[in-house]
Design a protein around this ligand. Sequence first.
Ligand code: SAM
Length: 252
Amino acid sequence: MRQFFEWEWFGIEFDSFCRPSSLSPPSPAFYETFYQILGARCHTWTDLDPDFRAEKRAIAEFIFGRVESQDIILSIGCGLGYVEHCLLELSQGTLHLEVTEVAPAALKLIQKEIPASRVHVGFFPECIPTNLKYNLAIMSDIDYTMDQSSLAVLLHQIKGRLAPQGRCLLISGGLDSPVSFWWKILRAAKKTAVAVLEAVGLLHRRQFWGWVRMQEEYQDAFSQAGYSELRDGFIGKGPNPVGYYWIEARLS
Ligand SMILES: C[S@@+](CC[C@H](N)C(=O)[O-])C[C@H]1O[C@@H](n2cnc3c(N)ncnc32)[C@H](O)[C@@H]1O
């Protein structure tokens, strides 16, 4: 697992609305402010970048291919909800789809398409009613916000909210690749040099954005959480040569 840093997201530079931190990952308040700024610029889905929409649509098509019509689905950390918008379009509005998100401002567009009782604001599992069980839990591009032990805990909590034979599907924003010892040293040296240049104001200050993982680390997190039936693979072409990585576990 490796930390990564960003200066901007959707073209919005972080130092335009806060003092980025290279030590702490973004808080819900950070995401909330970010989504408020993005929301002021985006009034319809088509205001979002076409490449972003094409990638998320490919993910939605992949998910839709794994959905059964009676499934009760929960998407954890839906963000803007474009994947969910596409899922609803693909199913012609027939899917029972619920979402969670820590930053309510993100939900501006998707909450027009999903009944309020299916939109849960806050952290999973606290934000959803305790009596509900899901056939499919989706985590699309949110695991980067968690370190390895938090991810294993979340996967375990999801397990407790699945119906019999329920599935947990994680889609990763990108996989890390194994590198040599010397490459790791070089990377650590670069990280230190960048931190110094940021501290003296010679480089744009970056925000610690989260963690990127290798395939084995995803498999380990699911195993640590107590899942045994694992399947994984890649979705078409994503932002890297192999496409998006997915991993799914089914309760036996
Ligand atoms: C990159 S966005 C992904 C959104 C969406 N699932 C997608 O595929 O486009 C990551 C989202 O995770 C949310 N998030 C941040 N920390 C989280 C946490 N600990 N648990 C769940 N979601 C979190 C953020 O608010 C943000 O909307």
